[in-house]
Design a protein around this ligand. Structure first.
Ligand SMILES: [Zn+2]
Length: 493
């Protein structure tokens, strides 16, 4: 008795569910094996696989694919019940066919079947296949849809599953034909445990229950990655990458801020009070335009700022966020290093000047070896009057452009002041003495920009000595602001 007859007998023979034979045992068209058809199914045999029955819709699917001559080859099993009891399957040499009454019969094979098996077959979240393996519309890949998601494969990327809201977002964007291309990972849990993501060839989709699923890609994704992904202060994306209303740029909003990008400015992060200020002004459509830096700390850490195409927003706890549309360009030339660090003085100046909308740009720093001018004779220190030593010192304008201000840090003035803003015509600048206060630099530059003394220790321009300022940071008043912004020594950004 041949193997087909043995299997038939095992299954009950003519009295079994296969019923009576409808053909004799026949050599299969591939010339390797043999088969016999029965009223309710078939038994196929090959030397490599033995004899197994196929019937019902699984047999119909196999038949539609080309029987043993298809990629499936010969059956490796009879039709078996799935472990969950809801379906049936046959394994074949080249894959499997799975059937349930709700889904119908579909084949899975190759790397996609491997991924499905790895995830736990039909007992995984994917459940049963809803399609055979199909060619993607772009012709480069393959996929099966399942009840709970999909597995996509290309030779370059391998096979990965996508499901749920992330799959929904990917579908919305155009599947593999979108800029995202094919998945490079399964859906993975984020390191913080709160979210899920798939990476794709052209970006990523991140999801949490609170934020939903959103894509990030390109330079914005690169910036987010640099900052530490969802573990950064930005948290998870709240939007896909969107086109800005002016059409020039792109952005994603995140839980903790935004990243804005244009081809000209690159991708920069903006958040907190600076972002709020920018938003209140009209975002990129405001006079500021797009950010050209991330939020950065000021030199001595008093404040923080973003620079923009046409200005800056400076923030400190004491001042809040102020936009700056003008800048004063400073050059520092050091004869003696002051007791209070120059960066601290620059920071203090910047904090006050930001309230006037003026940014403090340090253009250059140079050390001067001029011992004869280190205790400089400033005479009566009256604007418009220069001593011989002031004329000598202020001649040092190496690398200084027109309408740029030089601050010379000297050991002392004679007579002794914290500083003196008197300077020769056409050489705007001031001296600051070693023992100056943190406000002296800003005060002296204030004089250079046209401000006079006031008798008010709440104000930077107090004539009673900046060491006596009572409410740091000191104030400017409106007329002082217009004098400074009207000076040729401040320029629009
Ligand atoms: Zn003064």
């Amino acid at each position: 008795m041949g193997a087909i007859d043995v299997k038939y007998a095992e299954l009950g023979g003519a009295g079994g569910w296969l019923g009576a034979p409808t053909t004799p045992e026949t050599t299969a068209p591939d010339g390797v094996g043999a088969f016999r058809h029965f009223a309710n199914g078939s038994i196929y045999w090959s030397p490599a696989t033995g004899a197994h029955e196929v019937h019902g819709l699984i047999r119909s699917k196999w038949s539609s694919l080309g029987w043993e001559r298809s990629f499936l080859g010969y059956p490796l099993t009879d039709e078996l019940a799935t472990p969950d009891g809801r379906g049936r399957y046959n394994h074949f040499q080249g894959g499997s066919i799975y059937w349930t009454s709700e889904t119908g019969a579909y084949e899975v094979h190759g790397a996609i079947r491997g991924k499905w098996a790895e995830l736990g077959w039909e007992r995984s979240f994917l459940g049963y296949p809803l399609t055979d393996e199909l060619v993607t519309p772009d012709g480069r890949g393959r996929y099966n849809h399942f009840q709970g998601g999909s597995i996509y494969w290309t030779p370059q990327t391998g096979a990965y599953e996508v499901h749920g809201a992330i799959r929904g977002k990917w579908a919305e964007l155009g599947w593999e034909r979108s800029f995202l291309g094919y998945p490079l990972t399964d859906e993975l849990v984020t390191p913080d445990g709160r979210g899920r993501y798939n990476h794709f060839q052209g970006g990523s989709i991140y999801w949490t229950p609170e934020t939903g699923a959103h894509e990030v890609h390109g330079a914005i994704r690169g910036k987010w990655a640099d900052l530490g992904w969802e573990r950064s202060f930005l948290g998870y994306p709240l939007t896909d990458e969107l086109v800005t209303p002016d059409g020039r740029g792109r952005y994603n909003h995140f839980q903790g801020g935004s990243i804005y990008w244009t081809p000209q400015t690159g991708a920069h992060v903006i958040y907190g009070a600076i972002r709020e200020k920018w938003a209140s002004m009209g975002w990129e459509r405001s006079r500021l335009g797009y950010p050209t830096t991330d939020e950065l700390p000021s030199r001595a850490g008093i404040g923080r700022f973003n620079n923009f195409e046409h200005g800056s927003i400076y923030w400190s706890p004491a001042t809040g966020a102020n936009p700056c549309f003008e800048a004063v360009r400073l050059h520092v030339k050091i004869l003696t290093t002051p007791t209070i660090a120059i960066n601290q003085m620059l920071d203090s100046m910047e904090q006050v000047y930001s309230t006037a909308g003026i940014r403090v740009d340090l253009i250059s720093t140079e050390t001067l070896n001029l011992p004869a001018l280190n205790d400089i004779d400033v005479g009566t220190c009256v604007m418009g009057v220069s001593t011989a030593e002031q004329i000598q010192l202020f001649a040092n304008r190496n690398s200084v452009g027109a309408n740029e201000v030089v601050v010379y840090f000297v050991r002392s003035t004679v007579p002794p002041f914290n500083g003196c803003a008197a300077h020769p015509a056409g050489r705007p600048g001031a001296v600051v003495a070693q023992g100056a206060s943190q406000w002296t630099l800003g005060h002296e530059v204030g004089h250079v920009l046209g401000l006079r003394h006031v008798d008010d220790n709440n104000r930077l321009m107090t004539g009673n000595g900046t060491g006596n300022i009572t409410n740091p940071p000191p104030d400017f008043v409106g007329t002082e602001v217009s004098t400074m912004t009207g000076s040729v020594l401040t320029r629009a950004l």
